[in-house]
Design a protein around this ligand. Structure first.
Ligand code: EPU
Length: 335
């Protein structure tokens, strides 16, 4: 256990945050020992993974940061059609995706290059370019830090939905491994956004799994700031889910508004579009701003503090509310 531990390298916003207590966990033994540590029972606990979806609102975290970092990838079962793979929480997500693509396994190719680690992927049901991790998760292995009990969640028990799962509530549960079912032959998902355009512009008429993964990487690199170079957490806000009436009201004023169907006849409007339309794209104030290629992304240019991002967040929310009557919610986990 370390004290007053610097987290600057462990949050992709790159803020100079310190934690009162910090412990990295590299094995199941480490986890069991931590359960018996009296300090963990007394403290407020935060389970941190890649730090790519977190905003510390304060520069001192007055609690215990737990950093599970178990490594390993194992093939558990294999049939003619599919493979069951266990991946431990500390593996880097994008490397895991590259590994599955190199083995010609279908399912994760549209999720290429998402920052973060495998253990965090189920928490917010990461998604991009027409895929969500929930479509490949078989089960999730957890241990509850408060009791030391292991619990395995089936896909259904994870209660996945858009950028959400049961693990957002179960804050004392460490996800130490995730089992995925990946197919040996699958259908490629090419319908989201520009994927087909990119492929045809590059004269790829019969795309392979690798073509899709590399197309997704190219599109991401064009739209999103590079992790480790510019501080960000990818999408800062969730997309807005509105009633059909609200959508029609907006469409009357802005016929070009993009939209996607959401559950229960609600409609999803990209918050990036709302923020862009409200004039924020490329806005900069001191050390923080709105990314000029994707308005859903707030960035920290260095030397700033979390309050600057929170202030900017509030201004954007107010402005979108005023112009469209929609309350956009953060997607990032604010601590
Ligand atoms: N748009 C604008 N202006 C902008 C940004 C977007 O007009 O500044 C419009 C686009 O033209 C498009 C629509 O909004 O019509 C959607 O944009 P995009 O395809 O870039 O996706 P998004 O809805 O803004 C979501 C995810 C991203 C994911 C992309 C691609 C959320 C909160 N975000 O963004 O996820 O990469 O789709 O699938 O659902 C993340 O979670 O960190 C993340 C980056």
């Amino acid at each position: 256990m370390e004290k007053n531990f610097p987290l600057r390298e462990l949050n992709t916003f790159g803020f100079d945050v310190k934690a009162k207590y910090f412990q990295e966990l590299k094995s199941m033994d480490d986890i069991h020992q931590l359960v018996d540590n009296p300090e963990i029972k007394r403290s407020q606990v935060l389970i941190l993974s890649g730090g790519s979806n977190i905003l510390f609102s304060n520069e001192f975290y007055d609690g215990f940061v737990v950093y599970p970092n178990l490594k390993g990838i194992e093939t558990l079962e294999e049939s003619d059609k599919a493979v069951l793979i266990r991946c431990y929480c500390g593996e880097v997500w994008k490397d895991f995706v590259d590994y599955t693509v190199s083995k010609n396994l279908y399912g994760l190719e549209n999720l290429a290059d998402i920052p973060g680690k495998v253990g965090a992927a189920p928490v917010q049901n990461i998604g991009a370019y027409g895929a969500e991790v929930k479509d490949t998760v078989y089960q999730v292995h957890t241990i509850d830090l408060t009791t030391g009990k292991i619990k395995i969640f089936s896909n259904e028990e994870c209660r996945f939905s858009y950028r959400n799962s049961i693990f957002k509530q179960y804050k004392s549960f460490i996800i130490f491994a995730v089992d995925f079912i990946l197919n040996k032959n699958g259908e490629l998902k090419l319908d989201y956004g520009n994927i087909r355009n990119y492929l045809s512009n590059n004269n790829i008429t019969n795309p392979t799994l690798k073509d899709v993964a590399s197309t997704v990487k190219t599109i991401r690199a064009e739209k999103l700031p590079e992790v480790g170079v510019v501080g960000s957490v990818g999408s800062f806000f969730q997309n807005a889910i509105v009633s059909e009436d609200k959508y029609l009201e907006i469409k009357k004023l802005y016929p070009e508004v993009p939209s996607y169907p959401a559950d229960n006849s609600f409609i999803k409007i990209p918050s990036g579009w709302l923020i862009d339309k409200a004039g924020w794209k490329g806005y900069r104030e001191n050390h923080v701003g709105v990314w000029d290629k994707q308005a859903l992304v707030l960035v920290h240019y260095g030397g700033g503090n979390p309050q600057e991002i929170l202030d900017l967040m509030g201004k954007i929310q107010n402005s979108v509310k005023e112009q469209f009557g929609i309350e956009i919610k953060p997607e990032v986990n604010i601590i």
